[in-house]
Design a protein around this ligand. Structure first.
Ligand code: HEM
Ligand code: HEM
Length: 177
């Protein structure tokens, strides 16, 4: 498929929606009260789960959009920077999915029957209290931490391009002037 020279509006809107939702999601994840054994999810947890599922849907949509609307890497970048940025982008897609899916496992492991989005019941990914649920769900915190590191590298690179190299990489993801 022919690669476009620049990101289109759909790719940009999806990118920035995911950024905003992830910022809210991390804040809720850290601030929400600890789970009490056997207790149903409270309102902060229900919100966390709903936002997490929206992020999961948007990242899958963004990835599908990318498959059918591929964008060429900036031709001003040296080869090593193209490879590194592509790798970090893949890592970001993978870690967002991994964080959301491990959270979903954790919720199923707790035995929560959820319908956080417009009343649609969420399938259980594992039986309550299962060993697989404990194991995979237990990775949620680590996956979220890994995602945070990858985001840190990605954002630092974007700002280095904007303020140190002063090239037009950042503009690629901003609205067209
Ligand atoms: C990409 C999206 C997500 C991010 C960035 C995220 C992030 C976080 C963070 C930072 C925490 C706090 C961990 C800590 O104790 O330090 C957390 C906890 C939790 N999240 Fe998520 N989450 C996401 C999606 C989900 C989803 C989709 C679900 C369920 C369907 C979920 C269920 C949970 C549960 C049950 C906890 C409590 C786990 C515990 O106490 O160890 N999360 N999440
Ligand atoms: C302040 C925060 C952020 C800034 C300034 C930023 C900036 C950018 C820029 C400038 C690009 C285009 C790079 C290029 O030339 O190809 C980009 C792409 C990308 N960003 Fe971000 N970003 C931010 C946060 C995030 C976050 C939180 C994620 C997490 C999912 C993310 C995921 C991606 C991905 C996956 C791409 C590649 C898009 C593709 O080609 O499929 N970004 N970002």
């Amino acid at each position: 498929m022919t690669q476009q020279p620049a990101y289109g509006n759909t790719a940009k809107v999806l990118h920035w929606m995911i950024v905003l939702l992830l910022a809210a999601q991390f804040a809720i994840g850290w601030l929400m009260p600890d789970i009490q054994p056997g207790a149903p999810p409270g309102s902060a947890m229900t919100l966390h789960i709903a936002i997490g599922l929206i992020i999961l849907m948007l990242i899958i949509l963004r990835f599908a959009w990318r498959l059918f609307h591929p964008v060429a890497p900036a031709n001003t970048l040296p080869r090593w920077q193209r490879l590194l940025s592509e790798s970090v982008h893949w890592l970001l897609y993978g870690l967002v999915v991994a964080t959301a899916m491990t959270g979903w496992f954790f919720a199923s492991f707790r035995g929560w029957h959820l319908s956080p989005l417009v009343g649609v019941p969420l399938p259980m990914l594992t039986a309550p209290d299962s060993i697989a649920g404990r194991l995979v769900g237990g990775w949620h915190q680590a996956a979220g931490f890994g995602l945070l590191i990858a985001i840190g590298i990605h954002v630092a690179a974007a700002f280095i391009h904007a303020f140190v190299f002063r090239d037009r990489i950042m503009q690629r993801m901003l609205p067209r002037a």
